[in-house]
Design a binder for this molecule. Structure first.
Ligand code: GRF
Length: 320
């Protein structure tokens, strides 16, 4: 198998979801590894369990560290080369700058079928509402609590006579099944060529007068009128001796290309098949892709290929 995604789990308590994630990661084909378990309470019982299982742990104390806690946490995540954060019973409100920094790379599990019953005392709230079905949700973490995009859910029946405790116990069994499965799907999707092509397409088609076309069988995007259009972006799907799933865009020429490749050879490459053209390759099947940067490249390439009547419009809008 290729490298596994490096995941950090953040906990505040017993860590039963953490344990489910750790044990699922022992399967040979699990696409993630638990590279760090930490949290906000140095004596959280789950930390002792993770330590006993041979996982790197860090006993941070948010109450003692105060405002510096989030820097300490970020440093630990950087040092461990973490790509994805899984919150599992992490009971601290996360500041917006930390959420922004991990946007699209931090997920959480909540014991209800979101958007129903956000926040605390979930099971009481389900029983008070008289719901016949509840469940668990794994979602992306966004600024508002329990409101990010839903990645996966599982339903659990509410039984007559259920109390908040009996319900919590049953929902927890469902959580333990759901979380490893959704985390696995989540860390794999960003390396899946279909997902990468769809994401590039989402950005490319936002630019004026663009359309999807294939170029020698590879997905690509053109700009201009249908009778006079040009490719400004072409996918490179592991062909011609270059193993990457990558995007080809137009750069400023051979000198710039050489300088970029020298500065960041893990991201940029020269697509040999295209000869000495201005197409440069951007590798996209990497653990962390800066999609804003890719979008900037698409815009630049669009500008290099679009007819003057379109680029003039864009320049006018920029100056406005
Ligand atoms: C779980 O019910 C989870 O959904 C919620 O907090 C609880 C944590 O339990 N976010 P555990 O520490 O994973 O056992």
């Amino acid at each position: 198998m290729v490298s596994r995604a490096r995941v950090a789990i953040l906990i505040s308590g017993r860590g039963s979801n953490m344990a489910a994630l750790i044990y699922a990661a022992r399967a040979d084909d699990c696409p993630y590894e638990v590279a760090l378990v930490t949290g906000d309470k140095p004596d959280a019982p789950g930390l002792a369990l993770a330590e006993a299982e041979g996982i790197d742990i860090l006993r941070l104390d948010a109450n003692k560290s105060g405002a510096n806690y989030w820097n300490e946490l970020q440093n630990a995540l950087d040092k461990a080369g973490i790509e994805t954060i899984a919150l599992a019973g992490f009971m601290r409100i996360i500041p917006t700058d930390f959420v922004a920094r991990w946007a699209g790379r931090m997920i959480n599990i909540h014991p209800s079928l979101l958007p129903d019953h956000r926040g605390l005392k979930t099971h009481q709230s389900v029983l008070a509402a008289g719901d016949r079905v509840t469940g668990a949700t794994v979602h992306l973490v966004s600024e508002a609590v329990d409101s990010g995009a839903i990645l996966g859910q599982v339903a659990v029946a509410v039984l007559p006579g259920d109390t908040a405790d009996t319900l919590a116990t049953r929902v927890l069994i469902a959580e333990h099944q759901l979380y490893p499965r959704i985390l696995s799907a989540f860390v794999t999707r960003e390396r899946d060529p279909d997902w990468i092509v769809a994401t590039v397409g989402g950005h490319a088609l936002q630019l004026p007068e663009t359309r999807f076309k294939t170029s020698h069988g590879a997905p690509g995007w053109k700009v201009g009128s249908p009778s006079n259009d040009k490719f400004f972006a072409i996918m490179w799907l592991r062909h011609h001796g270059e193993e990457s799933v990558a995007l080809l865009v137009k750069c400023g020429g051979q000198d710039e290309m050489a300088a970029l490749i020298e500065a960041d050879p893990s991201f940029y490459f020269r697509p040999a098949y295209y000869g000495p053209s201005d197409w440069i390759g951007l590798r996209l099947d990497r653990p962390v892709v800066d999609w804003d940067h890719v979008a900037e490249w698409l815009q630049r390439s669009w500008q290099a290929c679009a007819p003057p009547r379109l680029t003039k419009l864009l320049r006018a809008a920029d100056e406005f």
